[in-house]
Ligand binder design. Structure first.
Ligand code: NAD
Length: 362
């Protein structure tokens, strides 16, 4: 079967990483019909926006995309091009598997957990009122009229909406993922003892959803405790289910447990559409240098293969990447014990090494 997939090279280091990733994905033997779509800083002159409509149309119609990072240029009107993409395609779930591979330099070993983060709600909904503005003044007066506690007049305000609908679908996503990938436990994380009507709701709805999946264990941790548990005993956790803000913070923490940005893959998913991308950004200062690590995007490609029901190819790619990491020879500077190591290879040489492993195993 040939998979038609939207391919967004991105900008900054994106095109180099995307090309390396395309080569290893094709090296698995799976057939792709790439629908290449340009977005990002480099297309603004042509389209007047870093996120042209044809890109969105392509992802909607193909249902699956893999993308390189996109720079958010200052002054485009977008708070973030990537957030706009997630909103416009209703990609409500952010998936961040964090797995340690032998050879990756980290303080931890045997970590294998998955972060599921809600993408649209919470303090990141973008409902903000600038300190001193007429709107902030109105909001403060209104809220002061509703309750005894006083909000200072010189406050800025950010609103934190968490809905039953939004929580139910992200919780179902986490449990469906656990079921599909043989995971044993889902842990909801929030601060429900303090924010009873938002984080409390997140727990209550997650608990209800958990009842629909009796074979999967469910538990709850407060986010402060979870931070401590993750640095002490990350091996105790399996799937973590989080609202937007805590999910953002803990996914970086968890990426740090398993080697950092160079190897942290991700995906943003909705009911109809899935977009696979590395966690890191476009690292503009390294653009065009064939220097940075393509493995995070390659691991994102592995997640895409699983999503496309190409589990065998995904396993082969994972083994090939693990072998290259384990040998420690054909890896970029960030994976060497010393960042100035002259034996570090470039982006495209990592792809060559991974493809050689795929071919050797065939
Ligand atoms: P960044 O992730 O691009 O880079 C930060 C630093 O991390 C780099 O200078 C580099 O030292 C290191 N790094 C990043 N990727 C690496 C890799 N593959 N291999 C080795 N080292 C790597 O973060 P930033 O500088 O904050 O953001 C730059 C731009 O990227 C911004 O415009 C931002 O909006 C955008 N961004 C995009 C995405 C996305 O496309 N999903 C995500 C984050 C940031």
């Amino acid at each position: 079967m040939v998979h038609r997939v939207t391919f967004i090279p991105g900008d900054g280091v994106g095109p180099e990483l995307s090309e390396a990733t395309r080569r290893v994905l094709e090296g698995t033997g799976v057939q792709f019909d790439w629908d290449v779509q340009e977005a990002g800083a480099d297309v603004i002159d042509r389209y007047g926006t870093p996120l042209p409509e044809p890109v969105l149309e392509s992802v909607r119609s193909n249902g699956v995309a893999i993308k390189g990072p996109l720079t958010t240029p200052i002054g485009t009107g977008f708070r973030s091009v990537n957030v706009a993409l997630r909103k416009q395609l209703d990609l409500y779930a952010c998936l961040r598997p964090c797995k340690w591979y032998k050879g990756v330099r980290s303080r931890y070993q045997d970590v294998d957990l998955v972060i599921v983060r809600e993408n649209h709600e919470d303090l990141y909904a973008g409902i903000e009122f600038e300190q001193g503005s007429a709107a902030a003044k109105q909001v403060i007066e209104f809220l002061n009229g509703l309750q005894d506690r006083r909000i200072r007049e010189d406050s800025g305000i950010s609103i934190k909406p968490i809905s039953v609908t939004g929580t139910r679908r992200i919780a179902r996503f986490a449990f469906d993922y656990a079921r599909a990938y043989g995971r044993k436990k889902v842990t909801a994380v929030s601060k429900a003892n303090i924010m009873k009507h938002t984080d409390g709701l997140f727990y209550a709805v997650s608990r209800e959803v958990a009842m629909e999946y009796p074979e999967i264990e469910y538990d709850e941790y407060l986010v402060d405790n979870m931070c401590m548990q993750l640095v002490q005993k990350p091996e105790n956790f399996d799937v973590l289910l989080l609202p937007n803000l805590y999910g953002d913070i803990l996914s970086d923490l968890a990426a740090g447990l398993v080697g950092g940005l160079g190897v942290a893959p991700g995906a943003n998913l909705g009911d109809q559409v899935a977009v696979f991308e590395a966690t890191h950004g476009s690292a503009p200062k390294y653009k065009g240098q064939n220097k940075v690590n393509p493995m995070a995007m390659m691991f994102s490609g592995m997640l895409m293969l699983r999503h496309l029901n190409e589990g065998g190819a995904a396993d082969r790619l994972e083994r090939a990447l693990a072998a290259v990491i384990g040998e420690g020879r054909s890896v970029t500077y960030d994976m060497k014990p010393n960042r100035d190591d002259p034996t570090a290879v470039g982006t495209s040489q990592v792809a060559d090494a991974v493809i050689a492993k795929l071919e050797a195993a065939a």
